[in-house]
Design a protein around this ligand. Structure first.
Ligand SMILES: [Zn+2]
Length: 334
C-alpha cells in the first residue's frame, strides 16, 4: 500500500487559524493578556504537520500487524544527516564552525542541485562548492548562496556576479535564483521525523532495522524494478531476492477528521452557520455503506435520510435502507 500524508494541508489550516486569531487581536475588544511566552515545548517536539507523519504511519503499522503476520519492520533512512544540520538554511557562522562542514553540506548540496554542475549541467565530474554571489562581493556562506559547479565553470565565473555571468541565458538565471532560495523541504521533513518514527516503531516490539537510501537504490537497480514508492519499500535494507505477486496497490490517503469548529465564520469573521452535529443516529458523512444496489461513501442529509454518491449518480433513501460497512476513519481508499 501507499500512504499519502496531509502534512501540507495541516500547515495550511494552522496558518489560516493563525490569521483569524491575529485579526481578532486588532479588533476593539477587551484587553487580553499576552499569552505567547507562557508555554513550553517538550523535548523532541515536532511541528503538527511532521508529527502527523509519525502518527499516521504508526496507525497503519499497527493495522498491518493486526491483520497480517509481520515478522520484522524495515525503515529507510535518508542519505544526509539533516539531524545535525537542524536548520538547513542557516547562517555562515555555523557553517564555518564545522557543524555543517564537510560531508554533510556536500551531500545536501548534491541532493539540492541534482548532482550536476549548476551552470552547464555536466554530470559525473568532480564538483566544487560555488558561491552564487561571489565572496569578493560580500556573498555569504549561507546554504542559499551555495551551489555546485564544475572546475571549468567555476574558473570562468570567477568573481563575476551571476547576472553578468548568465546575461545570455536569462531562463537559467531565473531557475537558479529561485532554486537557490528553496530549501529541500521534503528532505528536511523526512529527516526530522525519521528518528521519531524509528523510536515509535521500536515500541511495537518487533525488530526494526534500517537501510539507507543508497542501499534501496542499489537493490532496486540490481533487481531490475521500476522506480515507484511501493517497489522502493520492497528494496529497503538487505534484500537477497524478491517475488512480486501483485501489480496493483491500495492507495490510502489521509483526509483528516473534519473541523473542530462549532461554527463557521464568513470573511469578516462573523459567525455564519449553525453548530455542526457530526452524528445522526450513528451515521456520519464519510461512512462507507451499501444499499439500494450501490456501495460507496455516505452523505448524511437529515435526521432520517442518507445519500450515496457514486460516479456522478446520487442514490438517496431512509437510514434503514442502508447497511454500514465501514465507519469513517479519516482515510480514503483507492
Ligand atoms: Zn559547469
Amino acid at each position: 500500500m501507499e500512504l499519502q500524508h496531509r502534512g501540507l494541508a495541516i500547515k495550511n489550516t494552522l496558518e489560516t487559524r493563525k490569521a483569524v486569531r491575529r485579526g481578532r487581536r486588532t479588533r476593539h475588544t477587551r484587553y487580553r493578556q499576552a499569552r505567547f511566552l507562557n508555554r513550553k515545548r517538550p523535548d523532541g517536539w515536532l511541528a503538527p504537520s511532521l508529527i502527523h507523519r509519525v502518527h499516521t504511519t504508526l496507525t497503519w503499522v499497527k493495522r498491518l500487524i493486526k491483520f497480517t503476520p509481520v515478522a520484522e519492520i524495515r525503515q529507510e533512512l535518508v542519505r544526509f544527516d539533516l539531524q545535525q544540520l537542524e536548520n538547513p538554511e542557516i547562517s555562515g557562522v555555523e557553517y564555518q564552525q564545522g557543524e555543517l562542514l564537510g560531508y554533510n553540506i556536500r551531500e545536501y548540496l548534491l541532493c539540492k542541485w541534482d548532482r550536476k554542475c549548476t551552470y552547464c549541467k555536466v554530470e559525473n565530474v568532480p564538483l566544487q562548492i560555488e558561491h552564487i554571489v561571489p565572496k569578493a562581493k560580500n556573498g555569504s556562506n549561507r546554504i542559499s548562496n551555495l551551489c555546485l559547479a564544475c572546475e571549468k565553470c567555476n574558473q570562468k565565473k570567477g568573481t563575476q556576479d551571476i547576472t553578468t555571468f548568465l546575461s545570455k541565458k536569462p531562463d537559467l538565471l531565473k531557475q537558479i535564483q529561485s532554486q537557490a532560495k528553496r530549501p529541500l523541504k521534503d528532505a528536511a521533513a523526512v529527516n526530522s521525523t525519521r528518528w521519531a518514527l524509528f523510536n515509535a516503531l521500536k515500541l511495537t516490539g518487533l525488530p526494526v532495522s534500517t537501510g539507507s537510501g543508497g542501499l534501496t537504490k542499489f537493490n532496486r537497480t540490481r533487481l531490475g524494478l521500476p522506480k515507484t514508492h511501493w517497489l522502493d519499500s520492497v528494496c529497503v535494507g538487505v534484500v537477497d531476492k524478491v517475488k512480486i505477486l501483485i501489480n496493483k496497490i491500495l492507495i490510502v490517503k489521509a483526509t483528516g477528521k473534519g473541523t473542530r469548529r462549532l461554527c463557521r465564520i464568513n470573511k469578516f469573521g462573523f459567525p455564519c452557520s449553525k453548530p455542526r452535529h457530526a452524528y445522526k443516529h450513528g451515521w456520519q458523512t464519510g461512512d462507507i455503506a451499501t444499499g439500494k444496489g450501490v456501495t460507496g461513501r455516505v452523505v448524511v442529509q437529515s435526521d432520517t435520510r442518507l445519500e450515496i454518491r457514486v460516479s456522478g449518480k446520487r442514490v438517496g433513501g431512509k437510514l434503514n435502507d442502508f447497511k454500514l460497512l465501514h465507519s469513517k476513519d479519516s482515510y480514503s481508499y483507492a
